[in-house]
Write a new protein. Structure first.
Length: 125
């Protein structure tokens, strides 16, 4: 025990292999922490303190995430790409402008059907 200060580590180096397997199989760090019977901050702190272990954990989580389909990126020329991804190419800008104009036109039609137009004096006479 000479040279060691404070409490012993919650996750000992001999448990690192199990931790990597648990991180690979768990959807979140919190779930991995529950499986290891420690607080999630313990795992975060350990990964911050041990960069090699953090690289191994990242690789294991990337392998686990490989089973999930990657989201498809929108092609240029869509309003959603203009809004969500900040694409300012001419195609996306034009698509966003046309979509906005269409929404305003539809809103004006709904507004005109709900709110009656005021009668002007020239029309009343």
């Amino acid at each position: 025990m000479a040279g060691q200060r404070g409490q012993p580590a919650r996750i000992q180096p001999k448990q690192y292999t199990r931790l990597i397997v648990v991180l690979r199989d768990s959807p979140t760090i919190a779930a991995a922490a529950a499986a290891m019977k420690v607080d999630p901050s313990t795992i975060y702190r350990l990964l911050k303190r041990e960069p090699v272990l953090a690289q191994m954990a990242a690789a294991a989580r990337a392998i686990a995430a490989g089973d999930k389909p990657t989201p498809q990126r929108e092609i240029c020329g869509t309003e959603s790409r203009y809004v969500l991804e900040g694409c300012r190419c001419t195609d996306c800008t034009e698509a966003a402008t046309l979509a906005r104009a269409k929404r305003r036109q539809n809103l004006a039609a709904v507004y005109d059907s709900v709110v009656p137009m005021p009668i002007r004096r020239e029309d009343a006479a």
